[in-house]
Design a binder for this molecule. Structure first.
Ligand code: SF4
Length: 368
């Protein structure tokens, strides 16, 4: 069984007709329900639900505080290689782009780690382009062993692995996995992934399950807003998180809402997720998935991120750089995309505290 079965069920669904017939009364009922159904979730994602944002925000805030308290946990991304064998039309690391490529040696990874650790961050997200020949599992393992000396939590955002490979990483202290489907619409998926292993839709779709089967503690998924129809993508990514939560009780699932940012290659997005819809989707996720974490990255501008505090978000990246070796100035490399919130970790922490929230660097301990 794969989440693909759920996607197939949705394929014959007349979304337009459903949205047309949806009433404001039904939306109000959906907001008030203790446990939301799939249809309630869809109702909250509908354009008509924009008239109910305040009510949704109040309900989401209550749920969030009940479940998580008033805290935001922080993490920082670290890119160790931007070589890639794939051809994703929306990404600066696409193998066809003439960019400055860089691949860190192990001593350089340590230099970066030391620099990042000075900020007080304890939770690191390790990223690479998808070039298995250059960044094989052995190299990732060596990198993780270095990072574990400096950080409590290491999460990987790398090319999809087999279950056994995730187990190997879990054994040396990797506690989580981030893997975005990018776009759940299969036809669009094929049109934006032109070559390389990432063009295999099913291989990517089943990756979070392989991570969960390997016992990874935290798994973060999402769609990249801008590639496909906004409501359909928000809906399927939310259903995916629900499916995983129900099926894999030993892992915690969280969801991200990345929007396409400017990148090398100049991808022009046809579907623009505006700020009001972004907020609406955060609220809908929070109400439908009360136990899921919600991540907001530095793709979003500072003021917008700050305004999301209290509406259900639980994790922020902070002080991010998306070029390889950037924290300790290890030489030229092109970033994956432009960052919108350029504040330091300390400045981000200050802004979170100013909203009456606590900053969490670590709230658990992995025993290996
Ligand atoms: S999105 Fe990932 S796989 Fe695709 S080109 Fe960029 S780095 Fe490579």
């Amino acid at each position: 069984m794969s989440f693909y079965k759920e996607i197939e069920k949705f394929k014959g669904f007349d979304l337009e007709k459903y949205m047309e017939e949806l009433t404001h009364e039904e939306i109000k009922k959906s907001i008030g329900r203790e446990k939301l159904t799939k249809f309630d979730f869809l109702n909250l994602l509908s354009p008509k639900a924009k008239d109910h944002l305040e009510e949704m925000a109040r309900a989401a805030q209550r749920r969030s505080v009940q479940q998580f308290g008033k805290v935001i946990s922080l993490y920082i991304p670290m890119y160790i290689s931007n070589y890639c064998t794939n051809e994703c039309t929306y990404c600066g690391f696409n193998k066809n782009n003439k960019i400055d490529r860089k691949h860190l040696k192990l001593d350089e990874i340590e230099t970066e780690a030391v620099e990042i650790a000075k900020t007080g961050i304890r939770h690191i997200l390790l990223l690479t382009g998808e070039a298995e020949g250059l960044v094989g599992v052995d190299y990732i393992e060596d990198a993780v062993k270095i990072l574990k000396k400096h950080f409590d939590s290491v999460v990987v955002e790398i090319y999809p692995l087999e279950t056994e490979e995730y187990k190997r990483l879990g054994e040396i202290g990797v506690d989580g996995l981030t893997i975005y489907q990018e776009v759940y619409d299969e036809k669009i998926y094929r049109s934006v992934h032109l070559g390389g292993k990432k063009s295999d839709y099913m291989w990517r779709l089943d990756t979070p399950e392989r991570g969960a089967r390997a016992g990874l503690r935290s798994i973060n998924i999402g769609t990249l807003f801008g590639l496909g129809d906004l409501v359909k993508e928000a809906y399927l990514s939310g259903l995916h998180a629900e499916y995983l939560t129900d099926k894999y009780l030993n892992s915690e699932f969280s969801i991200s809402l990345p929007r396409i940012n400017e990148a090398e290659g100049g991808y022009k997005s046809k579907y623009i997720l505006d700020d009001a819809s972004f907020v609406q989707f955060v609220l809908a996720y929070r109400l439908f998935l009360p136990k899921a974490g919600i991540n907001i990255s530095t793709r979003e501008v500072a003021e917008f991120r700050d305004n999301l505090i209290g509406l259900g978000v639980t994790k922020f990246s902070a002080g991010s750089k998306t070029n390889v070796g950037a924290y300790s100035d290890l030489g030229k490399s092109t970033p994956q995309f432009e960052i919108s919130d350029n504040r330091s970790v300390a400045e981000t922490e200050k802004a979170i505290r100013a909203r009456g929230y606590q900053v969490i660097h670590k709230d658990w301990e992995l025993i290996v």
